[in-house]
Every structure is written in C-alpha cells, then in structure tokens.
Design a protein around this ligand. Structure first.
Ligand code: HEC
Length: 149
C-alpha cells in the first residue's frame, strides 16, 4: 500500500471515529432495551458435593423429564435451571423426603416419576446441594415469576 495523502488519512480517521461512535450508541441502545444483555442470566455454583449430586441425577435419568443445565427435556417436568433461586434448600429437602406433603397430587409418587424414598439421606443432600447451585438472575427465562403469571 502506498503512502496516504493528507486528505485520505483525514477521511479514514473520520470514518473510523464515526464507526466507533455508532458502535457505542448501538451497544447502549441494546443494553437499554434488554437490561440483562451481556450478563450471564443463569449461573451455576457447583461445589464438589453439588457435582456428586449432578452426576447422581444424570445417572438416575432425571433429564428424561427435566431440563438440567440446559440439557434434557421440558415436555414432562419443570425446568430445574434456576431451582436454587426458586426454591430453598429446606423446600427441596422436604420435597425429596415426602413429595406428596409439599406438592399436592405430585407425580413424583413412584408410579409416574421417580420415588425419592429409595435414596439415602446423603444422596438427597447431594441433590439439594446441586439444585441450590442452579441460580438465575432477573431477566432469565428461569427466574421465578409472581404467582398467576
Ligand atoms: C417421569 C418424569 C420425571 C422424572 C424421571 C423426574 N421428574 Fe422431577 N418432576 C416431574 C414432574 C411432572 C414434576 C412437577 C411437580 C410434581 O409433580 O411433583 C417434577 C418436579 C420436580 C421437582 C420440583 C420442581 C419445583 O420447583 O417445583 C424437583 C426438585 C424434581 N422434580 C427433581 C427430580 C429429580 C432429582 C429427578 C431424578 C432423580 C426427577 N425429578 C425425575 C417429572 C419427573
């Protein structure tokens, strides 16, 4: 490439500058329209105990009915991503100990979906630790909605 004439480098600098200004305005517009843009709205906090819970749940086939860390199915059961934001460890523990006491007409009755009865307390603790680590921020599709929505 030959040497640029003074007029050419001015035009080049000007268009580069305008491009940068438009890029910034565009990004500002996008983040204004979608407040969460650029953030990771679902996040996972996995301790070693939680990782054992994850491996256990995968082995138990929970993903046949649940979406977990973006994998599985949403046709049969609720998406479990965001479960740590939606439910407390206490709720989850109660659910694993006696689903019927927490969810009326639960399908986790051993006929349709898994009966948690046969799991050991340690296996349940690991599953709770894992589900507690599946978090979501406002704006995520898995963020809890007020009742009735
Ligand atoms: C055959 C389908 C099926 C399988 C397999 C299944 N689930 Fe479910 N699960 C459901 C359905 C349906 C619900 C909706 C609530 C109910 O019926 O209790 C549910 C609800 C839940 C909930 C409560 C979600 C909430 O916030 O309300 C948890 C936690 C859960 N399941 C964990 C598990 C785990 C852990 C496994 C694997 C050991 C598993 N599920 C396997 C169908 C299934």
């Amino acid at each position: 490439m030959g040497k640029l004439k003074p007029g050419e480098s001015f035009v080049l600098a000007l268009s580069g500058g305008l491009l940068a200004v438009f890029a910034v305005l565009f990004l500002l517009g996008v983040t204004h329209r979608f407040p969460g843009a650029g953030l990771t709205l679902k996040y996972y906090h996995l301790t070693p105990q939680a990782q054992r819970g994850y491996a256990f749940m995968v082995a138990q086939g929970c993903r046949q009915c649940h979406m977990i860390m973006g994998q599985g199915t949403t046709t049969a059961g609720p998406v479990l991503d965001g479960e740590g934001t939606r439910r407390s460890a206490r709720w989850l523990t109660a659910f694993f100990n006696d689903p019927g006491a927490v969810v009326a007409r639960t399908l986790h009755n051993g006929k349709y979906a898994t009966a948690f009865r046969r799991y050991t307390p340690q296996e349940k603790r690991e599953m709770v630790a894992f589900l507690e680590g599946l978090r979501s921020l406002p704006g995520a599709d898995t963020y809890p909605a007020p009742p009735g929505q």
